[in-house]
Design a protein around this ligand. Structure first.
Ligand code: BDR
Ligand code: CA
Length: 312
């Protein structure tokens, strides 16, 4: 199985991504590293523990990480995810404890301990933990197999400012370092994830499978109302699960290797992903930028994997 660490700020769609990874034999989840983003760190940490318990995996190492971006104040998204960050269903307060040690140390130690090129980082929140780890231990970048991240946009532009997607906008300095790190990156931007929309039938079928399915149905129904109000379309976009799904079934996605730079200065465009889709510069490609996906195939994968958690 492919070893992965998920760096995350749960978040309902983060939750579905974590559950998909836990349900997939192709992936070996070494641990979760938690970052502030959708809500403050204290809450994203608690949400991560709740998700692990729901999945019956209380032994999974969950490490608290950075509580604010490299520069400036934290931007959060309670208006999308609710005050807890995981609104939609009342779940028991988690009994498991976070693992000892900072997320950044866990990243550094794990990458140094595991064979070089054997660990993939799946980043589905702001990139603060990853950038801090690369800064503290420059040797680890060469040991990372790949970074698969949800973030950015090209034709769909921004969901938090007119130009920027949330994960990149929250910590553009961190994102800029990651894209300059030399590590091979796969990007799941809004162009793709805004097509990963739940349907009413899918949500109702999930609701019937058991406690995990019920939570997934309740979470996605909760944050669907934000997209409905904003974009006038039905369905909740499952942004973060796309990053995990790409690792399991890359054939569901299509994109192009291109150069991606992060705008950190722009008065209106801070946090924008500047994507050289048409090759107008001689900047070398640093990322596989996904633009499309097979929606039916993606939701088939999600149904079968998530239902397996309710059978175990
Ligand atoms: C990203 O921002 C967060 O709100 C979601 O969890 C996802 O990671 C989408 O822009
Ligand atoms: Ca997220």
């Amino acid at each position: 199985a492919q070893k992965i660490i998920i760096d995350t700020d749960p978040g309902q769609d983060d939750a579905v991504a974590i559950l998909l990874a836990l349900a997939s034999p192709e992936l070996e989840l070494l641990g979760l590293t938690i970052v502030a983003g959708n809500v403050a760190l204290e809450r994203t940490l608690r949400n991560a523990l709740t998700i692990c318990e729901l999945a019956g995996r209380p032994e999974l190492p969950v490490h608290a990480g950075c509580d604010r971006p490299l520069e400036g104040a934290l931007v959060t998204a309670e208006h999308v995810h609710g005050a807890s960050g995981l609104d939609g269903i009342e779940l028991p307060a988690p009994r498991m404890r976070p693992a000892p040690g900072h997320a950044v140390d866990f990243l550094v130690d794990t990458l140094r301990r595991e064979p070089a090129g054997s660990v993939t980082l799946v980043a589905i929140g702001p990139l603060t933990n990853l950038a801090t780890a690369f800064e503290r231990a420059p040797d680890i970048a060469a040991r990372v197999a790949r970074i698969v991240l949800m973030g950015g946009a090209w034709s769909e532009l921004g969901n938090v400012t007119p130009a920027a997607e949330f994960n990149i906008h929250v910590d553009p300095e961190a994102a800029a370092r990651i894209f300059a790190s030399g590590v091979e990156i796969t990007v799941l931007p809004l162009d793709a994830t805004h097509r990963a929309l739940t349907s009413r039938d899918w949500v109702e079928a999930m609701r019937q499978t058991g406690p995990v399915g019920r939570a997934v149905a309740s979470w996605t129904s909760f944050y669907e109302r934000f997209d409905q109000a904003k974009y006038g379309r039905e369905g909740a976009p499952l942004h973060d699960p796309c990053a995990v799904a790409w690792l399991i079934q890359p054939g569901l996605f299509s994109g192009r290797r291109v150069n991606v730079e992060i705008e950190t200065e722009g008065r209106f465009t801070r946090g924008m992903t500047v994507v050289d889709w048409w090759g107008t510069t001689d900047r070398p490609p640093n990322a596989l930028f996904i633009r499309d996906l097979d929606r039916e195939g993606l939701f088939r994968l999600l149904s079968s994997r998530l239902a397996s958690l309710d059978r175990d």
